[in-house]
Structures are given as C-alpha cells and as structure tokens.
Ligand binder design. Structure first.
Ligand SMILES: [Zn+2]
Length: 314
C-alpha cells in the first residue's frame, strides 16, 4: 500500500493523479512512484531545456570541445546517479516515513497549517544543503570528493551531474540527521529533490540570461553567474556562494558574492586543470590520492586583481 501524502494536501488537479503520486511503497522501499512517474520526467525535461539553451545563449565562451568533457562527466554520473536512486532516496524517504510513524522530529511534534509545515520543511532542507555544501569545502576529507565536481575546467549542465559517488554516500548520514531533527515528510523530501535538482541544473548551465532577468532572480535564487563565481580558480571566490536554491543562506552568513564579471572567471581547481586530471578514471580515484595544493602548475596562487572586480548586479 502506498503512503500517499498528496491526498492530504489536495493540490487541485494533482489530487486525481494520486495513484502515481505516492511518495513510497512501504512494502518495497525501492518503489518510489512519485520519483519515477513525476520527478524524473520533469528533471529530464529541465535538463533538455537548459542543455538546448546552452547552444544559443552562452555565458562563458567555450574554451574546448564539449563532447570529451561530457563523456567523462556522464561516465562519472553513471557511478553516482543509480546510487542516488537506489540507495540515497529509498533510505532517506523510508527514514522520513519511519520518523513520522514514530513521532520523531520537530514537524511531527507541532501542529501547523499545511502550507506553513511545507514551507518550513522545504526551507530547512535547502538550508541543510547549504551547510552540507559548506562542510564539503571546509573539511579536507569531504573536499577530496567535492573537488571532483569543482575540477571541471568549464561549467555547464554536465557539471551538474558530475559528482563523485563518495560525496553522495557521505551525504546520507548527514541527511538522516536533518530528517530526524526536522521531521520532514517523505513527500517533502521528494518535492525538494525536484526543486533542488532543477536549481542545480539551472545554475550550472552556461546560459546567458539578460541582466535584468538574472539581476531580478539573484535577489532570491542562485543564478548561473552567481554559481560561476563559486567555481572560480580564485580560492576566496570558490569559498563563497554555497547556496543551492535560495541564496538567502549566503546572505545570512555573509558568503554571497556578486562582484566578479564572468569574463574574468577561470573555472576549475588550479592544481587540476590538465586533461589527464579530468578523465573518468582519474576522477574516480581522485579522492584516494594525495591532494595537491591550491596552486597552478607553475606554482602561482590565482588571485583577483582589484580592477577585475565589478559589482555585477545593482
Ligand atoms: Zn562547491
């Protein structure tokens, strides 16, 4: 029997779609109808949309052929995405269900209007991802894995799926703690997953939005220009803009930066800019090798010259 959550919420038309909208099947935790029937088709559409736009409105000019990068990024994603679908999602969604059944977690203790409960749940998940992302940069052991994502020498939609499976695996205990404390429901988790993945695809894509549009969006959410600064080879630029969906978390913690023009940004990690560093096999074993310092091969540490700075959005 499916655990239907939407039936409680009654989202208009979606209500009638409820057989495929159940978050999970508690008799088979690998069966996630909402994920497979609704979320995946949406995410494939979002991916295709931004991938197509990258052919027409390019933010940072392409420096190299895209296909070789895409092949290595896609190969890496093949080691990570099945793990996300068949381990990370079932474990976290079932845990949310279990905690709900056993009255564990703040949202399970308090009685709130549905809209408020959902808003808080989604905000908590977005904020938790901000903290997790920041930890990935701060803790050297975690950085070994997250570095694989950052070492991409250009940033486009394929970078959005370039994550080491170790990073996904290690996020599971962190997510379980967040779920246990917050008491978010299985459906909140899955809805957040759609929002989170769509936002990730959007802000990694190399698309040039008109400045008025991006300037408006960047008041609320992470945009391609904003996340481009996070992928810069300049260390203190990488150490900024950690948010995924809403960028209010960066504002809250003073890590939001919008003062670098995209044409002055070199994407990547300075010590890992060779083609050989970015081959699938090297990416896979990267976390287990001795890590190089944050320096270019000629020994210099990339810095931002004052004259290259410019407040991008005003
Ligand atoms: Zn990062």
């Amino acid at each position: 029997m499916g655990v239907t959550i939407i039936t409680k919420v009654r989202l208009g038309l979606f209500y009638f779609w409820s057989p495929s909208l159940s978050a999970m099947n508690k008799d088979n935790i690998f069966d996630l109808p909402f994920m497979d029937n609704v979320a995946f088709p949406i995410l494939i559409g979002v991916f295709a949309f931004f991938a197509l736009l990258e052919f027409f409105i390019v933010l940072r000019p392409w420096k190299a052929k895209r296909l070789p990068r895409w092949v290595h990024n896609a190969l890496l994603s093949i080691t990570g995405l099945p793990l996300a679908r068949f381990l990370l999602l079932p474990v976290t969604v079932y845990s949310a269900y279990y905690f709900g059944q056993h009255n564990i977690g703040i949202l399970n203790w308090v009685q709130l209007p549905v809209w408020l409960e959902w808003t808080l749940g989604l905000l908590v998940l977005d904020y938790a991802i901000y903290i997790w992302h920041r930890l990935n940069h701060r803790v050297p052991f975690l950085w070994r894995f997250h570095n694989v994502h950052h070492a991409d020498t250009e940033m486009d939609i394929s970078t959005a799926i370039r994550f080491h499976f170790g990073e996904l695996l290690m996020s599971i205990p962190f997510r379980l703690i967040v779920i246990a404390i917050s008491g978010v429901s299985p459906m909140m988790l899955l809805l957040f997953e759609v929002i989170f993945e769509s936002a990730t695809l959007f802000h990694h894509s190399n698309i040039k939005l008109p400045k008025w549009l991006e300037g408006g969006l960047v008041r609320f959410i992470v945009t391609p220009r904003m996340h481009g600064i996070h992928h810069s080879i300049v260390k203190d630029e990488t150490d900024s803009n950690y948010s995924t969906v809403l960028n209010w978390w960066d504002r809250l913690h003073g890590t939001k930066r919008l003062d670098v023009k995209q044409e002055n940004i070199i994407i990547g990690v300075p010590a890992y800019r060779e083609n050989a560093d970015n081959k699938f096999w090297m990416l896979l074993i990267h976390p287990f090798k001795k890590q190089r310092e944050w320096k270019l091969r000629n020994g210099t540490i990339p810095e931002r010259r004052e004259e290259e700075k410019e407040e991008v959005f005003r």
